[in-house]
Design a protein. Structure first.
Length: 87
């Protein structure tokens, strides 16, 4: 119960402070995710204050996108994002 309570508090803080985030953001969301509502990624994307934000839908992945079917796409886009936004 304690962990669930902490997760709820974290979600509330994320919603509250998302508009203040102005750094570039890259979000990945698996379309096959059964752990969380995939539309949460869309809600977060819309709430962010960043002008440079990208939401990537991974058609073949579930919740753990870093070890799922679209890993190569995640790795390549992450590297590209880092190169584009590093000094």
């Amino acid at each position: 119960m304690r962990a669930a309570s902490q997760l709820l508090k974290l979600q509330q803080l994320a919603r509250k402070h998302a508009p203040a985030i102005t750094q570039p953001v890259l979000i990945f969301q698996g379309r096959q995710d059964k752990t969380i509502d995939p539309m949460g990624a869309e809600h977060l994307f819309q709430a962010l204050g960043s002008a440079q934000k990208h939401l990537v839908w991974l058609e073949n992945s579930r919740h753990c996108v870093m070890i799922d079917h679209d890993f190569e796409q995640v790795a390549n886009l992450s590297l590209e994002f880092i190169h584009q936004h590093s000094a």
